[in-house]
Ligand binder design. Structure first.
Ligand code: ARG
Length: 594
């Protein structure tokens, strides 16, 4: 909230000096001594004004001479030889306006030309007031008001196990969804299930070949059937043909094929829902690929009308420019593709919700696919006012190894999640942190901690990076982990409940210790971090901010007596609230006790 006020004041100052202040960066300085916010605007303006670097200057140059005279009022600037000098002038201009008088206690220039702002004690205390006032709404903004975004995430494939790739998509996708809700967007989550396509031909053919009753099969059986059948089809092309016939039947509405398909869907959904239940995930919509079955014709038609498609060896393809292979709309046997279903999906989403942003949280192995889909959407003319973003997550390695769903060394996802809860339980018992909690409650807390540990482990990394899941790190009680953050939250609650005093409503500024000041100053940034994490599709920025905040709190807790100080109690209360808001955005529960 202060960020905007300061940005506006800087903007106004540079504009009054005759500069065109299109975008002003305001960042949190790395070094605390540099204040709470910092801008590089003078460095940027000095550079873009075409001046040579200060070192090579022999004589002062009129900055106006180097810029378009219409926007520069040289009389306001005079001569500047360095970004630092320009920073000084901007700094003086801001000070003169008195706009920031109450919220900023110091504005200073630092090498090589940064302008640093230090918030006043009053502004910092006002932050506590706002947190305690707005509670679970603290950090929300109006940035997305009136805008709709769609996020496509989770999207497991029917008749296959829920893989760790889908786990990443589910966890990161849910965090992104929550972040956009916080920005005020109308967010629509859509689970684009893989429930259509030639692979179903394989499964149905395999069920027929082995003379099985599909209703008695598990997801594991179905997956195995598919794997074995594809392997066999490599040596026997007739099997491939049979599968194609089955998929054609399915697309043509053959009753037997439809019934078998529906059974596969039901069996798989039951398992996926069990996983969503454990993960505490709810996704607004689950249309799935099959939903677009009757919506692909209109894409074919539109492509023809717009002259975007052509025939190639009996198939319908769409050229997408030189840097990309053409997209396949229809195969030569007339069956549809994953590609055309994604196009039909965009069309449907545009017509139904009118989003200005669609995010796809899908593994990096589909990068080319989404490039093609986005290029096609542009050619259709659908991307005006629409951003299409593929957040391509990296691999999930498990203690150094790839967690394959095939072959013998499979770790079942459900087992992994259960194991996390058991391990969380023993960590709690060992650390003896939950001494006075009864058994039932311990069970429930340990599942919140176990699941929180898995989610947080993923979310503290940038989505695009590969992650190597290590139990000890995920469950660490003193490192960058979910349990550590949850424990810190529980600590804030325990301090509050044990104290006889209540948090102050009338905040007093007493001699603030360094630890207190750092904590206070960290809290201010929460709304900025939320916004930044959403706009850069990086929940890890929020996760790591919360970790730093928890560290600040624990340092404060170690250094200061809190219990009999009302202002410190409010600081504790506010910290708890921000940890809770942040963890909830990440989809992590915050037990009161641990
Ligand atoms: N079901 C696909 C898979 O597991 C992911 C779908 C992603 N979403 C999309 N609109 N293509 O590979």
């Amino acid at each position: 909230m202060y960020k905007k006020l300061i940005t506006d004041a800087v903007k106004e100052a540079v504009e009054s000096l005759g500069f065109d202040a299109a975008d002003i960066n305001l960042d949190k300085p790395v070094v605390e001594a540099h204040g709470d916010y910092s801008t590089n605007v003078a460095l940027k303006l000095f550079k873009t004004s075409g001046l040579p670097s200060s070192k090579s200057l022999e004589a002062p140059i009129d900055i106006g001479a180097a810029r378009i005279s219409a926007v520069v009022k040289p009389e306001n600037i005079g001569y500047v030889q360095s970004p630092k000098e320009l920073a000084e002038i901007i700094c003086q201009t801001i000070k003169k306006s008195e706009k920031l008088q109450n919220i900023v206690s110091e504005i200073a220039v630092a090498d090589p030309g940064f302008i640093n702002f230090t918030l006043s004690a009053e502004a910092l205390l006002e932050t506590i007031r706002q947190i305690l006032d707005q509670k679970e709404d603290f950090g929300k903004s109006k940035l997305g008001l009136g805008k709709t975004m769609v996020i496509d995430y989770s999207a497991p494939n029917i008749a296959k196990r829920f893989s760790v790739g889908h786990l990443r998509s589910t966890i990161i996708g849910q965090a992104l969804y929550n972040l956009y809700v916080f920005l005020g967007y109308n967010a629509v989550g859509d689970n684009h299930l893989g429930d259509w396509g030639t692979q179903f031909g394989m499964i149905l053919a395999a069920v027929e070949k082995n003379n099985l009753d599909i209703n008695n099969l598990t997801v594991d059986d179905l997956e195995k059937l598919y794997v074995d059948y594809t392997a066999a089809a490599k040596g026997d092309p007739s099997l491939r043909d049979k599968a194609k016939v089955w998929f054609k039947k399915l697309e043509d509405g053959d009753e037997v094929a439809r019934k078998m398909w529906q059974s596969a869907v039901n069996i798989s959904m039951a398992e996926f829902n069990r996983i969503y239940e454990i993960l505490d995930i709810r996704i607004d919509q689950t249309f799935g690929e099959s939903f677009y079955e009757d919506k692909m014709d209109s894409v074919i038609k539109e492509a023809k009308e717009k002259g975007l498609s052509r025939e190639s060896e009996g198939a319908q393809v769409m050229d997408l420019g030189e840097n990309m292979p053409p997209g396949m709309l229809l195969k030569s046997d007339g069956t549809t593709t994953y590609f055309i279903r994604d196009l039909a999906t965009i069309k449907y989403r545009l017509e139904t919700w009118g989003p200005s942003l669609i995010i796809y949280e899908v593994g990096a192995e589909q990068t080319l696919h989404f490039k093609q889909v986005f290029a096609a959407a542009e050619r259709f003319g659908w991307t005006e006012g629409l951003d299409l973003v593929h957040v391509a997550h990296g691999l999930f390695l498990f203690e150094g190894k790839k967690m394959s769903t095939r072959g013998g060394t499979t770790v079942k996802l459900e087992e992994l999640l259960q194991k996390a809860c058991q391990k969380a339980r023993s960590v709690m018992d060992e650390a003896q942190i939950a001494k006075e909690i009864d058994n039932d409650e311990k069970e429930s807390i340990s599942s919140q901690v176990g699941i929180g540990a898995i989610k947080y482990f993923d979310l503290k990394h940038a989505p695009t990076s590969n992650i190597n899941f290590v139990w000890d790190q995920a469950l660490s009680m003193d490192g960058n982990s979910g349990p550590y953050l949850q424990y810190t939250y529980a600590r804030t609650q325990s301090v509050l409940s044990k104290s006889e005093k209540s948090p102050a409503t009338n905040y007093q500024l007493h001699t603030t210790t360094a630890e207190e000041a750092s904590l206070l100053r960290s809290l201010v940034h929460f709304p900025d971090v939320v916004e930044n994490a959403a706009l850069t599709f990086s929940p890890n920025l929020l996760a790591n901010y919360l970790y730093a905040l928890a560290q600040d709190f624990n340092a404060f807790y170690a250094a200061c007596r809190i219990a009999d100080d009302e202002t410190r109690l409010s600081l504790t209360d506010a910290t708890g609230q921000v940890l809770k808001n942040g963890l909830h955005i990440l989809g992590i529960k915050t037990p009161q006790k641990m």
